[in-house]
Design a protein around this ligand. Structure first.
Ligand SMILES: Cc1cc2nc3c(=O)[nH]c(=O)nc-3n(C[C@H](O)[C@H](O)[C@H](O)COP(=O)(O)OP(=O)(O)OC[C@H]3O[C@@H](n4cnc5c(N)ncnc54)[C@H](O)[C@@H]3O)c2cc1C
Ligand code: SF4
Ligand code: SF4
Length: 340
């Protein structure tokens, strides 16, 4: 039987509203035929019409092989793990979102030469427009700390450049759970065109995620037009049962989550994975006191990266994670989105 092509992805995922926007299909298409359009509320990729398989009859199926929305979605609360710890960077990370633990683990890994590059999401300081990026130096990583809640930009788009053009062999990926699920498929895939991606990914750090917001709808629409907050006035966004907009002048504007329903990406309504259960290490704010990061260390590889950062005095760790709160929120997400 012929492998599935983008036409199957189009009918099963794009047109059915299941796409999460992770960008994995865009990254692995060997013909560079898939892309996201720049524009308002872009919910899924499109094709330029060419397809190795559908057009030329050459076996491919790479895009279909990596899509996390083909099968049933993971619906676990904490998932499997080796240890659950609270953690903080032991050096100053001015823009950290929680405890700066993600930055500390990866800065240590870069400095020690355990990884060559990190694929993550950055944002333009003036417009807050997010983009997919490759980081290879720890001082750049430290400057880029913090969470981007309004990413419609496919995180994994930069992965192609890292693997195919730069030929990095030891890449760390930071991603929200849907991107992590796609990377897990890359690591497990026996598709010849996908195997190089799986082999090059050394570490996957998953960020807890309840939902993400469309950039145009949230930053340009809700905050700029309705709340009269210009992107450059925003110092930090945080979602804690409400959206907190911390401004450069020190003031905070609170936006109730109920007001943001229309800004949430459509594919998020099908997502039941709060804690990124397919990662090597998951990281979130809930479960730890303010100023610390909760780390769910899931694999021996992930534990190795955490232990090295602790040994090199880049990361301080402790116990006492409030697992009940994490499980409660994870169950809320599962129950809400399993009904859709
Ligand atoms: C969209 C989104 C929703 C989240 N929702 C929750 C939640 O509901 N509950 C909760 O407890 N935690 C949530 N988090 C995680 C939380 O905000 C922190 O990222 C986490 O606690 C790690 O903090 P830290 O200080 O250790 O990370 P930092 O040291 O600040 O490092 C964060 C790293 O993540 C990268 N990054 C930022 N945004 C993205 C992105 N969108 N995709 C890929 N990489 C990115 C940055 O480049 C940086 O390297 C969310 C994060 C995101 C991005
Ligand atoms: S979920 Fe990801 S891999 Fe699947 S169609 Fe959407 S962008 Fe592509
Ligand atoms: S809620 Fe799920 S689908 Fe939406 S961005 Fe987060 S992980 Fe992806």
């Amino acid at each position: 039987m012929a492998a599935k092509s983008y036409l199957d992805l189009k009918s099963e995922v794009w047109e059915s509203g299941r796409c999460s926007g992770c960008g994995a299909c865009v990254a692995v298409c060997p013909a560079d035929a898939l892309s996201f359009d720049e524009g308002a509320l872009v919910m899924s990729p499109g094709s330029n019409g060419y397809c190795k398989q559908a057009t030329d009859g050459v076996t491919c199926g790479a895009c279909y092989a990596v899509c996390p929305r083909i099968d049933n979605q993971p619906a676990e609360t904490l998932g499997k793990y080796l240890e659950l710890i609270t953690a903080k960077s032991s050096f100053d990370v001015p823009r950290k979102q929680s405890g700066g633990a993600v930055t500390a683990i990866l800065a240590n890994a870069l400095d020690e030469g355990l990884i060559d590059a990190i694929v993550t999401v950055t944002e333009d300081r003036w417009t807050l427009r997010p983009s997919s990026v490759i980081i290879t130096e720890s001082d750049v990583l430290i400057q880029q700390a913090g969470s981007r809640y309004s990413w419609w930009v496919p995180l994994l788009a930069a992965l192609k450049y890292a693997v195919v053009k730069r030929k990095y062999k030891r890449i760390a990926v930071i991603g929200v759970p849907c991107a992590v699920q796609a990377v897990a498929r890359m690591r497990e895939s026996d598709n010849d065109l996908v195997i190089p991606y799986g082999k090059a990914i050394r570490l996957v750090i998953g960020l807890f995620c309840t939902e993400t917001f469309d950039y145009n709808a949230l930053i340009q629409g809700k905050l700029r037009t309705q709340y009269r907050i210009e992107p450059h006035e925003i110092q930090k966004l945080d979602v804690k049962g409400k959206l907190e907009v911390l401004k450069q002048d020190g003031s905070t504007t609170i936006v109730p989550l109920a007001e943001l329903e229309t800004c949430i990406r459509r594919g998020c309504h099908l997502c039941m994975d709060l804690t990124a259960v397919c990662s090597d290490i998951s990281a979130g704010a809930i479960g730890s006191p303010p100023g610390s990061t909760t780390l769910i260390v899931r694999t021996p590889e992930g534990k190795g990266f955490v232990d090295r950062a602790v040994q090199n005095r880049k990361l301080d760790v402790g116990t006492g994670v409030d697992t009940a709160t994490i499980e409660k929120l994870a169950l809320v997400k599962i129950r809400k989105n399993s009904k859709r």
